[in-house]
Each structure stands twice: as structure tokens, then as C-alpha cells.
Design a protein. Structure first.
Length: 338
């Protein structure tokens, strides 16, 4: 009799186990790899879930969690909200992150243009939602009127007043398709201060650079030809595009910032037809005309500019503006040297 009773108890326990297993399997979860400095509280805040729910799926975590251990995190529609940012962890990929937060790779790259030219870095912060632009903030700001002069373009005006073309068009919808000479457009007044600061910065860089040998800079850059690409690299072990520029100017008075976008704010912007060797040339390869790539001009011909830069697939090479890829993505040229 007791044998039959024990069998029934075992069957009952087995059925309970299957039921609980089924309930867990129906609950949507993701895997989270623990990094140094994290605890259950911080992880629960990251995913907007209660710590108790994490403990239920990971009983051992009640006592301690180890670095590199993997936790199951419950995702419940009523509780889960996509964070604004994501910190890249070891072995993560763009594809994996897009799946994790259910956003497209196109949007992820649009909100993080650096992903178009550089690989993911451990600890890198990625935006998971569209960032608020200056245009969203300047609608209520005071503005002045600027009369468009001959030969002025939306691009030159945007650079002159330190405002993006997108923001300029948002303030002045009539210029979205054309820019007539003599039309008066709105410019936010707060940008005028930035404009003066930019001019001072440009002049100081230009004056400091008068004794720098352009040929030595070019030779220093060319010595790195065939060095492989390395995200965040700025030495012989590997370069990304901005890292190569930092290395090239390393022994001069000019200390370049670390990204191509920041480098594009230095010096003075010149017309493409006025380019000379030693100028920096900038591109927007992300499809939204935002600077994310830079090279050093090493040769100028009638209808062609050659520049040295570091690319993801080929490392440090010399390319040309007549190549379709760079022809369509060209943005500007900056002069840092006299």
C-alpha cells in the first residue's frame, strides 16, 4: 500500500514540476551576462523589473552573483520599458543588441552613427531611442533675421551660425527646397556666441600651426599604410580613422580630439576647389549627412583629391574623391595649417 502511495506522490510532484516548467517557458525572458560592479538591484533597474522576479528565475542569485555568470531576466510588457541607453558588454554584437531591445539595425545605427565606421567597444554607451535635436529646443528661443547673400548655401549658413541644416530648415520651412537670394531666415540668438567661440578656436589653431612641416605629417601618416583597422586604435597595433589623425599630429602643437566629428570643428572650413595637402577631409558615410569619417589630404589634382585614412576592411590606405563611395559622401575640408 505504501509503495502505491509513494508512486502517486512521485507522479504528483512530477506533474507539479512540469506545470511550473511550462509556466516559466511561457514567460518571455532574455539572458543577461553579469559584468563587474553589477548587483541584482542595479540589474533590476536596468530592465525595469522587480528584484523578486529575477530571484524567482535565478534562485542562486539570492546568495551572490559572479562576474560573467548569466541570469534570466523576465520581460513583461506591463513592466518592461526600453532603456534610453545600453552599455556594450563582452561579445555583444549590433545584431544581438537590436534583437534584445526589438529595434531595427538601421535605427540603431542612425541613432549611433559611429557604428557605421567603427566596431563595438566594451563599455561603449549606445543610444536606444532617437536623441532630442537642437531643433526641438530652439522653437521657443529668441531669434534674429539673416538675409541670404549671393553664393550662400544652407550648409555655409549652418556652419557660420553653428546650427545644423535640419534645425535651420525646421525654423525656416520655406527653405526646405530652395534658398533664394535676399530671403530673410531665422537664426537662434544663442548660436551667435558659439559662432564667435568657434572663430577664436579656429584662429588659435591656425596660428599655432605655422611652423609645422606638412611633408613630415604626410610622411608620418604614410608610414602607417597597411596597418590594420582597430576600433579606438591610435598606434601601430591598429587605427580607426580619427585615431590615425591623432597619431599623425601627435608631435605637433595641435592636439586633436578623439572623434572625426569633434575634429571637424577645428581650423577653418574651405571650398573643395581650394584644398591643399595637409588639409583634413571629412565624410558622412551614415546616410544622414553627419560627419563620421576623416582623412588627411596627401595629393591634389585638377578634379581629384587623394587622402590617407583608415578603413574597417582595408586598414590604412590612400583613396580618392573620384571613387563613387567618397564622392557622394563628401561633406567638408578643414585647414589646420598655414
Amino acid at each position: 500500500m505504501s509503495t502505491i502511495f509513494n508512486i502517486k506522490i512521485r507522479i504528483l510532484l512530477f506533474l507539479i514540476f512540469l506545470t511550473s516548467l511550462n509556466l516559466f517557458s511561457q514567460q518571455k525572458t532574455i539572458s543577461h551576462k553579469v559584468v563587474e560592479g553589477e548587483n541584482i538591484i542595479s540589474i533590476s533597474k536596468e530592465y525595469n523589473v522587480k528584484p523578486e522576479l529575477i530571484y524567482e528565475l535565478n534562485p542562486d542569485s539570492k546568495y551572490a552573483i559572479k562576474v560573467n555568470s548569466v541570469l534570466l531576466i523576465p520581460l513583461q510588457n506591463k513592466n518592461f520599458a526600453t532603456p534610453k541607453t545600453h552599455i556594450v558588454k563582452s561579445k555583444e554584437t549590433v545584431f544581438g543588441i537590436s534583437k534584445l531591445y526589438k529595434i531595427s539595425i538601421i535605427d540603431l545605427k542612425k541613432w549611433n552613427p559611429i557604428l557605421e565606421t567603427e566596431e563595438l567597444k566594451l563599455g561603449q554607451e549606445l543610444h536606444l531611442i532617437k536623441q532630442e535635436t537642437n531643433a526641438d529646443k530652439i522653437v521657443t528661443q529668441k531669434t534674429i533675421l539673416h538675409e541670404v547673400a549671393p553664393k550662400e548655401t544652407k550648409y555655409s549658413i549652418s556652419r557660420k551660425f553653428n546650427i545644423s541644416i535640419e534645425d535651420l530648415e525646421k525654423l525656416n520651412p520655406d527653405i526646405s527646397t530652395n534658398l533664394p537670394i535676399g530671403i530673410k531666415i531665422k537664426i537662434p540668438t544663442e548660436n551667435l556666441i558659439s559662432e564667435n567661440n568657434s572663430k577664436k578656436e579656429s584662429l588659435s589653431v591656425k596660428n599655432l600651426s605655422s611652423k609645422i612641416s606638412v611633408n613630415k605629417l604626410i610622411a608620418r601618416a604614410k608610414d602607417q599604410i597597411n596597418v590594420s583597422y582597430k576600433s579606438g586604435g591610435n598606434n601601430h597595433d591598429g587605427f580607426d580613422c580619427s585615431g590615425l589623425m591623432v597619431y599623425t599630429f601627435e608631435n605637433t602643437e595641435i592636439k586633436l580630439p578623439r572623434t572625426s566629428f569633434e575634429q571637424s570643428k577645428l581650423g577653418i572650413i574651405i571650398e573643395k576647389s581650394e584644398a591643399i595637402i595637409g588639409d583634413l577631409i571629412f565624410f558622412g558615410t551614415n546616410g544622414i549627412a553627419q560627419i563620421n569619417h576623416v582623412g588627411l589630404i596627401v595629393e591634389v589634382n585638377a578634379n581629384e583629391i587623394k587622402f590617407i585614412h583608415s578603413t574597417i576592411h582595408s586598414g590604412v590606405i590612400i583613396s580618392s574623391t573620384i571613387e563613387l563611395y567618397y564622392k557622394k559622401d563628401f561633406i567638408q575640408i578643414n585647414r589646420l595649417l598655414e
